[in-house]
Design a protein around this ligand. Structure first.
Ligand code: NDP
Length: 280
């Protein structure tokens, strides 16, 4: 019978995930459907158990439930534990398993675009759930150092402390000093939610001290180009938006659910159609 995969979050209406997964199910002949559900925090655990009881294959989890997803699972992969959050749940033999494919999705998207992380220095703007997954995956991929600047300094310090405890090189930077790091790094990553709205300002005031060849990556994927990427492009820098990361975390979710990667090209085309973008 037709199997179910779900997206749980609040909000979910803007998500490109149903378009990607349903296109991939159709292309691979899997009898499955992917549906997005708006779930409030108080209902999250009940919704997850309900999906498990219905025999669903699994779920993706998005803002603001990724930490809850880790808590509700019986077991979690090492990378989900390190990230302190899960974006994938699998229901297997009555058990709930948690994983986090956001970080590896980010790394694979960079690799696909020809950017290796080994030996590189990064400036990460933001210290929320996505930032945490990205920083651990970048360090796993060999990044030399990651500077983290966050509007609320406690969260950047906490992220650095958590990584320190694992023997990793993460350096918190005061939010007002973030531009000063530009000359030190090979890539700058926007992991804040600043840019989700088309008229949001850039989280970086200026790029004048960036080295030529610096890469600007925005985790945001949207119909509009963010001010962050538009300004980086204006300075002649290489830019990458969040589409690749979204596609790769989705393809990696299939590994959790079906034991094989999802079809990346099909998912990327479906996402571009959903966003009304030309394929890249
Ligand atoms: P969180 O809510 O956990 O974190 C939000 C972050 O944005 C915090 O660091 C917060 O800082 C910062 N922030 C919010 N508003 C401002 C502001 N006005 N000025 C400066 N900083 C601000 O969200 P996530 O970490 O889950 O997501 C972050 C972004 O990454 C989102 O835009 C999301 O869409 C994107 N994302 C993309 C994915 C992809 O596959 N492409 C996957 C996951 C996320 P503070 O701590 O001070 O509040």
């Amino acid at each position: 019978c037709t199997r179910l995969c779900a997206l749980l979050g609040a909000p979910v209406a803007h998500s490109g995930s149903p378009a990607m997964h349903n296109a991939a199910f159709a292309a691979t002949g899997r009898d499955a459907r992917y549906l997005a559900f708006h779930v409030e925090a108080a209902d999250f655990a009940t919704a997850v158990r309900g999906l498990a009881a219905l025999g669903a294959i699994g779920a993706n989890v998005t803002v603001p439930h990724k930490e809850r997803a880790l808590a509700v699972a019986a077991t979690a992969t090492a990378r989900a534990q390190r990230a302190g959050a899960a974006n994938v749940l699998s229901f297997r033999d009555g058990r709930i398993l948690a994983d986090n494919t956001d970080g590896e999705g980010f790394v694979r998207a960079l690799q696909e675009a020809g950017h290796e992380l080994a030996g590189r220095a990064l400036l990460l703007l933001g210290a929320g759930g996505a930032a945490r997954a990205v920083v651990t995956a970048c360090l796993d991929a060999g990044a030399r150092v990651v500077y983290v600047a966050n509007r609320s300094p406690d969260r950047a310090a906490e992220l650095a402390r958590a990584c320190d405890a694992q023997g990793r090189r993460v350096i918190p930077v005061a939010w007002q000093d973030r531009e000063r790091c530009l000359a030190e790094v090979d890539a700058v990553v926007n992991a804040t939610s600043l840019g989700l709205k088309p008229d949001d300002p850039s989280p970086l005031a200026g790029w004048s001290s960036a080295r030529p060849g610096t890469l600007a990556v925005d985790l945001i994927y949207a119909r509009h180009e963010t001010a962050f990427l538009a300004q980086a492009r204006g300075h002649g820098l290489s830019v990458l938006d969040g589409r690749g990361m979204l596609v790769w975390q989705a393809a990696l979710s299939w590994q959790c659910w079906f034991g094989e990667m999802g079809p990346v090209d099909v998912m990327a085309d479906a996402l571009d159609r959903f966003l009304g973008k030309e394929s890249v």
